[in-house]
Design a protein around this ligand. Sequence first.
Ligand SMILES: Nc1nc2c(c(=O)[nH]1)N[C@H]1C(S)=C(S)[C@@H](COP(=O)(O)OP(=O)(O)OC[C@H]3O[C@@H](n4cnc5c(N)ncnc54)[C@H](O)[C@@H]3O)O[C@H]1N2
Ligand code: MOO
Length: 341
Amino acid sequence: MKSVPVQEAVGMVLCHDLTLIVPGKFKKPLFKKGHVVKPEDIPSLLDIGKEHLYVWEMREGVLHENEAAMRMATAAAGNGVTLTEPSEGKVSLLAAEDGLLKINTGALFAINEREQVMFATLHSNQLVKKNKIVAGTRIIPLVIEEKIITGIEHICRECFPLVEIKPLRPMRVGLVTTGSEVYKGRIQDKFGPVVTAKLAEWGGEVTRRILVSDSIDMIVVAIKELMEEGVDMILVTGGMSVDPDDVTPAGVVAAGGRIVSYGAPALPGAMFMMAYIDELPVMGLPGCVMYHRSSIFDLIAPRVLAGEVITRRDIISLGYGGLCSNCRECRYPDCGFGKGI
Ligand SMILES: Nc1nc2c(c(=O)[nH]1)N[C@H]1C(S)=C(S)[C@@H](COP(=O)(O)OP(=O)(O)OC[C@H]3O[C@@H](n4cnc5c(N)ncnc54)[C@H](O)[C@@H]3O)O[C@H]1N2
Ligand code: MOO
């Protein structure tokens, strides 16, 4: 920072706001910190009594905050992400469409380990609507050595993309509703409508629903029928816990299911099962998915719809942040539920 006569400040960066006061009318910043002085600014600066200014001199190898932020945001943004113009040194990253937000948290950590820069995001793996601000970045000083930004760009290239919005695929979903009480008509199916409505909100469609009793054989036949119809995902509801009549996991295995995880560190969702029959995702949904506004189903199903293959590690990672607070009014995804490591 140095003090220069205003006439010599053209092309340099203001180090602080310069305020214009018209008594009884207004007080506002005439030029903001970070403004690059232009020739036409000189008369206005002299009008508010500024013959000298504190400025940063721009030189080779040094970037202005706006340019630095733009370069970091551009390097970080993957598919489905747009950028705002820099405003007071900050660039925001926006969802260009509805979809699943993905953040490379390891790369984010590496970026923020560097001095003089910051990059903040929403949590990964949540659904976001078009135009939602999902991240923001800026440098801390007004100007920065270009090599620091080159370093950030390098991290982003190595781990690309840092920020991405994955679109959800309009999957056809087959539903197997287990339970003798539903099968025999003692009670009405309340589970089907819940998952059907959620899937519809995410662009999926339940194309076939099959009611079965608590029978491994019936579950196998139903799953095979759905596979022949060529569904993209199968959900099996109920029968997920410890009663003798809870045979859903055994039924999925008997149908050829490879279990990724039976049990998940999420509440609601402990008795959840993730499995695959070849490439076909099959989820066992415990009772809690039916009666809780948000549950493990909201954490995992959008990722499957986004085309991700769920691993055991994905399930294990849910433990930290996997406890729903059961708020009177559910604000999910704007809460800690599912925002684990
Ligand atoms: N002793 C234990 N009891 C329970 C455990 C446990 O570990 N030990 N786990 C609890 C948890 S957590 C959950 S979640 C539920 C698991 O439920 P299931 O998936 O096994 O569900 P069901 O036993 O089949 O049914 C429970 C309840 O929900 C009703 N139900 C089921 N499907 C439908 C449907 N399609 N429509 C309407 N109602 C349905 C069913 O009639 C039962 O009332 O278990 C806890 N208990
Ligand atoms: O498995 Mo239960 O699925 O937590 O409520």
